[in-house]
Design a protein. Structure first.
Length: 150
């Protein structure tokens, strides 16, 4: 019987559509090594045993959804990147959101709106001042009629 010795990476790589995908177990192993975590440290952060991390890394078992989310949060990657080894996609929404913010800023922060905002703040300050003044006058009247509490 001929035996072939394969490396850890070779055992779980798959050829799919011309690209080599890394299995979840190797992805977890590589992420853990990149962050410099031991299996024990990663286990403590995820509230599992070191043996569980070992089983995930050798492919004997896989984490549940709660742990997958915790792992993706810990390593700062999406679930697709973690489980499917997909490259992070550049969102088309990001430039659109930036443009939307710029448009709103240009339309709302006009000189006329700034003047209206200042006028509103002045009115609010006057109303607040009037309430404080009424409160002070009420206190003076109360203390003059009833004296200071002892």
């Amino acid at each position: 019987m001929n035996s072939i010795i394969l490396s850890r990476e070779d055992m779980t790589k798959e050829l799919k559509g011309g690209t080599i995908l890394m299995g979840f177990n190797n992805r977890l192993y590589e992420l853990r090594r990149q962050k410099g975590f031991s299996q024990e440290e990663l286990a403590n952060r995820l509230n599992v045993s070191r043996q569980t991390i070992s089983k995930w890394e050798v492919g004997d078992s896989t984490p549940d959804m709660e742990k997958l989310i915790a792992i993706s949060d810990l390593f700062g990657i999406s679930l697709d990147e973690l489980v499917l080894d997909k490259a992070p996609e550049q969102s088309a929404e990001a430039p659109a959101k930036a443009d939307l913010y710029t448009d709103i800023k240009e339309k709302l922060l006009t000189d006329d709106n700034k003047k209206k905002a200042k006028k509103g703040l002045k009115i609010a300050a006057i109303v607040f001042g009037a309430f404080v003044l009424v409160d002070i006058i009420s206190m003076i009247v109360y203390f003059s009629l009833h004296g200071f509490p002892k």
